[in-house]
Design a protein around this ligand. Structure first.
Ligand SMILES: *Cc1c(COP(=O)(O)O)cnc(C)c1O
Length: 382
């Protein structure tokens, strides 16, 4: 079975992890700071704070904004569960902004309308989490403009988008947000096995994130007169640390980020060329944006071909193609329905979900395997 996504581990990656295993510090050692510096350099930003997962990074970002009961968080229904769950972890109420059906990203017009309603009802959210679906940045200039003057903090969920850029600048530079979150799960742009990071230009947020990552503890010896052992807890934090084995792997992977994205771009371009005459649509990517090509999503024109998405999906699977569907809209999950969400709440996300299939894309996908995906899909759609 050709998977839809897959990590690429080199001998150098393995050597980097083994070297760290033999070193005196396997957690909270020097690799963490090195990896953070490397990420900050890539994102052209002041601070990068790594965490044990992308989900932990999202939770930390919400905690750093002091999101809590009585506060609202809005995100995209077309995302992985974690983009919304992080708000619930803090006791905030979660709501969604519908998507643009051409990109799968948060629709600025829907945001505009929802904000207007909320102003009238005095129910503006405290935080907004746009998700860069499939690796292509949301329309951040427009989203930031809509949020301006309303005391709304913006966290970009860039779990799909390490290596992407907008207006020639790397995603993660927080030009239009307070923080950006990345994930290093094996199917993402680079991997640490598990891992995540938050980038920010705010020193205040960065130090809060570091404290919350470690139980809310402050080790600053100047804080206490008791002695050098002194530490102090001022807020309730977690153990969301990344360890040095993960950081060593991430640091090694960063050396190949540019190559990884270039290879993904090549695969995406080839799908677009070789499937151009098929009854299906691709996702839109604006001219000022370079995608990280995390997912390659097709939208078969089901009414033209008189097939269901399920038929196509199963036929591809039968031919050994490990396709996937991204995503079941979060608000349709039973847990979210119990919070009051229902079908028809976000119709663009729901109809997007009904059509999409993600084809295999990852740096080590061979041309032969891609041929097989293309050939199988053409046969099925014929
Ligand atoms: C992968 C992912 C996450 C969560 O990341 P983990 O590292 O798996 O915790 C969050 N949001 C989106 C959009 C993701 O794809």
């Amino acid at each position: 079975m050709i998977p839809y996504g897959q990590h690429s581990i080199s001998e150098e990656d393995i050597a980097a992890v083994v070297e760290t295993l033999r070193s005196p510090r396997i957690t909270q050692g020097p690799k963490i700071a090195d990896f953070e510096a490397r990420l900050a350099e890539h994102c052209q930003i002041e601070h990068a704070v790594v965490a044990s997962s992308g989900t932990a990074a999202l939770h930390l970002a919400c905690l750093a904004l002091e999101l809590g009961p009585g506060d609202g968080l809005w995100t995209s229904p077309m995302s992985f569960l974690a983009s919304a769950n992080c708000g619930l972890y803090c006791g905030a109420s979660v709501d969604f902004v519908d998507i643009d059906p051409e990109s799968g990203n948060m629709n600025p017009q829907a945001l505009h309308d929802k904000l207007n309603l909320s102003v009238a009802e005095n129910a503006l959210p405290k935080a907004l989490i746009p998700v860069h679906f499939a690796g292509t940045s949301c329309d951040m200039p427009r989203i930031a403009e809509l949020a301006r003057g309303k005391n709304i903090k913006i966290i970009e969920d860039a779990s799909h988008a390490l290596g992407a850029s907008l207006e020639g600048a790397p995603v993660g530079n927080c030009r239009y947000s307070d923080m950006t979150v990345f994930s290093f799960h094996p199917v993402k742009s680079i991997t640490c096995g598990e891992g995540g990071a938050i980038t920010t230009n705010s020193s205040d947020l960065a130090s809060k994130l570091r404290r919350l990552r470690e139980h809310g503890m402050n080790r600053n010896p100047a804080a206490g007169s008791e002695g050098p052992w002194y530490y102090e807890m001022q807020s309730l934090g977690f153990n969301y640390r990344m360890n040095d084995l993960q950081a060593a792997l991430g640091l090694s992977q960063m050396q190949r980020l540019t190559n990884f994205i270039a290879r993904r771009r090549e695969i995406a371009a080839r799908y677009r060329t070789e499937l151009a005459d098929c009854p299906l649509d691709f996702l839109a990517c604006p001219a000022n944006s370079e995608s990280a090509h995390h997912l390659f999503v097709i939208r078969p024109r089901l009414d033209e071909i008189r097939m269901t998405r399920r038929d196509i999906f199963l036929a591809l699977q039968e031919r050994g193609i490990g396709v996937q569907v991204h995503y079941i809209p979060i608000h349709l999950q039973p847990y979210y329905r119990r919070l009051g969400f229902a079908r028809e709440d976000f119709p663009a996300a729901e109809s997007f979900y009904e059509k999409v299939i993600s084809l295999p894309i990852y740096p080590s996908l061979s041309s032969g395997d891609q041929d097989q995906v293309i050939k199988s899909l053409r046969e099925i759609l014929d």
